[in-house]
Write a protein that binds this ligand. Sequence first.
Ligand code: UD1
Length: 423
Amino acid sequence: MDSILVTGNGPLSGTIPIAGAKNACLTLMPATLLSEEPLTLTNAPRLSDIKTMSSLLQSFGAEVSSLNDGLVIAMSSHNLTNLSADYDLVRKMRASNLVLGPLLARSGEAVVSLPGGCAIGARPMDIHISALEALGAVIELKEGYLHARAPVNGLQGRRHKMRFASVGATENFLMAATLAKGASVLENAAREPEIVDLVSCLRKMGAHIQGEGTSTITIEGVDRLHGATHPVVCDRIELGTYMLIPAITGGEVDLVGGRLDLLTSFCEKLAAAGVEFDETDSGIRAKRTNADIKAVDVTTGVFPGFPTDLQAQMMALMCTAQGVCHLEETIFENRFMHAPELIRMGAQIEVRGGIAKVSGVSKLKGAPVMATDLRASVSLILAGLAAEGETILSRVYHLDRGYEKLEEKLQAIGAQVQRVPGI
Ligand code: UD1
């Protein structure tokens, strides 16, 4: 299995292009199942998770082609020949469950494997199930698979309130309700920018939806959706991760295509820590001019709160900040797997339940480390960039799931980062 070798070498400066959002693309792709006509996505990120979703869609009979060096994904779901999402694909990537709503709405039936556990927590499906049941679906669990069936006359528009603003369940409900009979209202809906992007695409396909980006979304069902072309919104998590580079190493980085409005809570914390950033003609410029970063407390939350997907990277920054801070994780129950690895690099962290107390140290030291999820992995790369000596990160397949051309992008700003095959 490949490893990544990082050698800390001081301030980093230069330009990094920000890709289309993994999480948006993974929800936009299943939208192809809603229509017989082609759906084309531009500004797609080049990631292994996108390949996994392509394979899953192809397993239903959809045609999926990757064009223009992977930046364009052309899909057509004219004929669906299979309505069952296999365990082998679903266990690789939880976002596979986003085919449930579209398959059910288009074909009246779907069989999707339960995703199983994952490194950051149990991640159950109850909110998805209740949301689709509210539209009249009957869902049973048999031998590890959810078997979902719509009523004979199709899904029915209904009002539903989710017990928690789940991102995936909002997306499944939205897609299913676009083809339901009559109006649906989703209360306590998630407000993430990826949902706003999904609605913008569904609208181009002919869906009638209002209220995206707020907690109440109204969907007026239509008989059919048509084809569309849609650019994937910028990846706010990749953007936030790279904004942390000049914060942790010093220097100045231009992030082309980045949008600050997608990251308000994160930016407030970064500013409080002493990082400077501005909007430029091409995106965002982030820099650290002060000698020290200040410790700031962070609590993760649903959008517009501080994203859980940036908590690990923020912890890496806080490891060398001046003072003591508390990072509280409220979205996933087991998302501090990076803490013991950062401690191996000399960080001072105490984890109690959902709260990590981080006492800044003057310098981290390179070490062999490994991570069990995507964001934890990249937090260790950030720590390695700031550390003295060499850090070698194993299990890098997590990074390939979510960070497009990571080594290339880091090398372009002067980082000493190298993939080492087969260690
Ligand atoms: C999405 C993102 C992921 C991000 C997360 C939270 C994608 C592909 N992934 O994941 O990167 O970290 O939002 O911003 O977009 N839950 C239940 N029952 C359910 C569904 C969720 O209890 O039926 C719980 C989960 O276990 C978790 C919390 O709700 O603790 C948040 O999950 P959710 O918002 O659904 O996240 P995902 O859509 O899986």
